[in-house]
Every structure is written in structure tokens, then in C-alpha cells.
Design a protein around this ligand. Structure first.
Ligand code: AMP
Ligand code: MG
Length: 411
């Protein structure tokens, strides 16, 4: 088993062992936020026919030659065509068909003159300007052509994509199944949200924080029973978690203390250890193992450390298992608005708020950076990636950011 490994090695180890799960078909609105499992090509043109983009008169451009306000062209109005109907008559020389936005262009017409350039006549219309052929005609397939690739496998379906699926006639929609991710929290001191806090106890925040993070990554959380630091209990829950889920995440007991049992528990549950300890702060005591093709990832019990290590090690796995192509967050450089006194030591991820200022980002610490402090996660929309062995950060110093709110869907 490798230990004290660089974060990138830990990520590669995890990600080389995951692949997209199965697919399912869901009703179109249930596909919102899901990952498309097949390329979608248009089976027809959109729009399906040549149409008018405005209210006016369908004409032959030739009939308007030389028309001006002083010398209007006069055309006989032979029909009217609202959207959804078809003109009963073609446009012949000297005639016009009154046409509404979205209505099909009648045969014989090669332009549409907008109502504002006419006197709006009902039987005879006077037109005050000339037009080139093709003016104001939206051709069939102007938006999407039959056979065109409109949506790609692996993309996250947002409202625009849902509209497009409807436009090209696709429902139900093929999507990847959500990976099921078990969360198992261990610790003698843990009690659930509403329980009485007897001396020495603390509420289990990881169970819910991580379950929510799993949902944000497109997974389906499976909440396991919380267990004390007892090897047999942990193993029993691990076995159930492996039954119930595609991936297992644990918190607590990952460190070097006497009650830190997770490595033994993974091994005794029959898993092969992949690594223990990652060279980063917070989240150093992360471990990973594999059993029957399923990954088990153990995280520190410290709430902020657990969430940040989840961000680096678990979220990417959930994204790939859920059919996404990309897992990297966008990076950017920013400028520290204040200093950070701790230098030296391993690679560090600082909880910060990054907001655009001038051409770049202004970076403010969100609060205390210790691994047990959850409060500074709240307004955190980015992490500063501080290389190992760095000197303390000064105000005004340029730093590398990992942006947590900007989505990678677009790529
Ligand atoms: P551990 O990783 O078990 O050494 O725990 C590190 C710290 O995180 C200790 O102070 C624990 O009490 C705390 N902790 C562990 N698990 C949780 C949890 N599920 N929710 C909140 N705090 C926790
Ligand atoms: Mg513990």
C-alpha cells in the first residue's frame, strides 16, 4: 500500500477504477440535471417548414421594384395565413398573402414585407419600400437541420437542453443512472441531529453534509447507521454498505490514534488497500481500498477536512460514474486581500471567497482554517491551492484558485 502520496496520484488511483454505470429512461422533466446517455440527432428540421419571422405580407420581391412612400406598390390581398395554418392560395404576380409570425410562406412568395412598411390594407395593400428576394424568410432547418448532432452523450441536461429534447421529439430521455454512494460515519462521540447531547458527544454533521455533497455531484446517497469505534460494528456496516451502494465513503477513524480502526476495518472486510494518507491539508488521513470492483474511500472525521477531501477524491469519482466526461473544476489566479500566516508544511487548501474584481479575482479567507471548523465552509466558493513548502502568504500575493461554483458542464 502506498502512503503519503501526492493528491494527483490519489485521484488517478481512484479514477482509474471507476467507469460509468448503467442507463435508464426517464420522463423529460425528470431528466433535468441528469446526464444524457446517448447522442441525440435531429430527426427533422427545426423549423420544419419555411416560415415568416414577423407579421406582414408574403410577396414576390419583383412586384415591389421601385416602391417608395411617394410611389407605393399596390398588391391585391388574396388570402390571410395565421400561424398553424397553410395559405389556400399561392402568391401570383401582383398579389400578396397577409401572413403572421410563424406561418408558412405560401408557394410563389420569395419575401415578406413587414406590416410597418405598408398601409396594412385588407383587400388592397400599398407597400412603401422594395425588398430583396429572401428578405424576412426563415428557411426550414434554420435552427437545426435534420441529422444534425444537437446534444452530446455525457452532457448535463439544463433547461435549454430540455427545450431542445422537446423540439426534436425525444421523450422519455436516456440518462445515466445516479451512482449510489453509501455514507458511513464512525465515532463513539456521535449522536444524530435531534438527540440529547450528553457530555462528550457531538452531533453527526458529516452524515448530512456528505450526503448533500453526493447529491450535488449527481449521486444518490445511502445513509448507513452511525457506529461507534468498534471494529466488528464498522465491518458489519461496511459489508451492508457494499451491498447497498456502488461506492462507499466513511468518516472518522482514519488517523493514527488508538481508536482509528478504518484501515483494519477495510482490510478485514476483504478489501485491498490502495493508499493511506494524502499529502494535503486538510484531509491528510484519507484512505482508499477496493473490493469486488467497488471503491471504499475513508475520510477524516473532521467536518471541513471530510468535505474538502470529498471534493478532491470522491466527487470526481461520482461524476465519472454518473457518465460525466469531465471532473476537473475550473482554475484561475487570484490576489489575496489579506495574508495567511502559516507557511512551510504540506500542500494546503484554504477556504476562501473569490469574487471578480478588475480582470481577476479578489480572494478573502472565509474564517478559521483548521480541519474541524465547519463555519468557514459556508461562504467558501473557492479553494486556494498553496504548494508544499510555501512561505506565509502576503496580502497582494497572486495565488492559484480552484473555483467551486463555476460548473464544468459547459465543456
Ligand atoms: P477522527 O477522524 O475520528 O479522528 O475525528 C476527528 C474529529 O472529527 C474529532 O473531533 C471528531 O469528534 C470529529 N468528528 C468525527 N466524525 C464526525 C462527524 N460525523 N460529525 C462531526 N464531527 C465528527
Ligand atoms: Mg474518531
Amino acid at each position: 500500500m502506498r502512503t503519503n502520496i501526492p493528491l494527483e496520484e490519489a485521484q488517478n488511483t481512484v479514477l482509474s477504477r471507476v467507469r460509468p454505470g448503467g442507463t435508464e429512461e426517464v420522463p423529460i422533466l425528470s431528466a433535468l440535471g441528469r446526464v444524457l446517455a446517448q447522442d441525440v440527432r435531429a430527426r427533422e428540421d427545426i423549423p420544419p417548414f419555411d416560415r415568416s419571422p414577423l407579421d406582414g405580407y408574403a410577396v414576390r420581391a419583383e412586384d415591389l421594384a421601385g416602391a417608395t412612400r411617394a410611389t407605393p406598390a399596390a398588391l391585391k390581398v388574396i388570402a390571410e395565413v395565421p400561424a398553424g395554418r397553410v395559405s389556400p392560395l399561392p402568391v401570383s404576380p401582383g398579389t400578396a398573402v397577409k401572413i403572421m409570425t410563424g406561418a408558412p410562406i405560401p408557394p410563389g412568395a420569395n419575401a415578406v414585407v413587414k406590416v410597418e412598411d405598408t398601409d396594412g390594407g385588407g383587400e388592397l395593400v400599398r407597400v412603401f419600400s422594395s425588398l430583396r428576394p429572401e428578405s424576412n424568410i426563415a428557411r426550414a432547418g434554420e435552427d437545426v437541420q435534420m441529422g444534425e448532432l444537437v446534444l452530446e452523450k455525457g452532457m448535463v441536461l439544463r433547461s435549454g437542453a430540455i427545450g431542445m429534447l422537446a423540439a426534436v421529439g425525444v421523450s422519455p430521455v436516456p440518462v445515466y443512472r445516479k451512482p449510489r454512494v453509501a455514507v458511513l460515519c464512525t465515532g463513539e462521540e456521535l449522536v444524530d441531529i435531534l438527540a440529547f447531547l450528553s457530555p462528550g458527544k457531538i452531533r453527526n454533521s458529516n452524515l448530512y453534509g456528505l450526503a448533500a455533497a453526493i447529491m450535488e455531484a449527481g449521486g444518490e446517497p445511502v445513509l448507513m447507521a452511525t457506529v461507534p469505534d468498534r471494529l466488528e460494528d464498522i465491518i458489519t456496516q461496511l459489508e451492508q454498505a457494499l451491498e447497498a451502494a456502488d461506492l462507499v465513503v466513511t468518516t472518522g477513524g482514519a488517523s493514527v490514534g488508538e481508536y482509528d480502526l478504518m484501515r483494519d476495518a477495510f482490510r478485514l472486510a476483504g478489501a485491498e488497500m490502495l493508499f493511506w494518507r494524502v499529502a494535503m491539508k486538510p484531509g491528510t488521513p484519507a484512505l482508499a481500498a477496493e473490493k469486488d470492483g467497488k471503491l471504499l474511500i475513508g475520510l477524516s472525521g473532521n467536518p471541513a477536512a471530510a468535505l474538502i477531501a470529498f471534493e478532491h477524491l470522491v466527487r470526481p469519482a461520482i461524476l465519472l460514474m454518473g457518465g460525466r466526461q469531465k471532473w476537473q473544476r475550473p482554475r484561475a489566479s487570484g490576489v489575496m486581500a489579506e495574508g495567511f500566516a502559516k507557511g512551510g508544511g504540506p500542500r494546503r487548501f484554504l477556504r476562501v471567497t473569490a469574487h471578480r474584481e478588475g480582470g481577476g479575482y479578489r480572494v478573502d479567507l472565509t474564517g478559521k482554517q483548521s480541519p474541524g471548523v465547519l463555519q468557514s465552509i459556508l461562504r467558501c466558493n473557492a479553494l486556494v491551492d498553496v504548494p508544499a513548502g510555501s512561505s506565509p502568504l502576503q496580502a497582494g500575493q497572486e495565488v492559484q484558485l480552484i473555483l467551486l461554483t463555476e460548473s464544468e458542464d459547459a465543456e
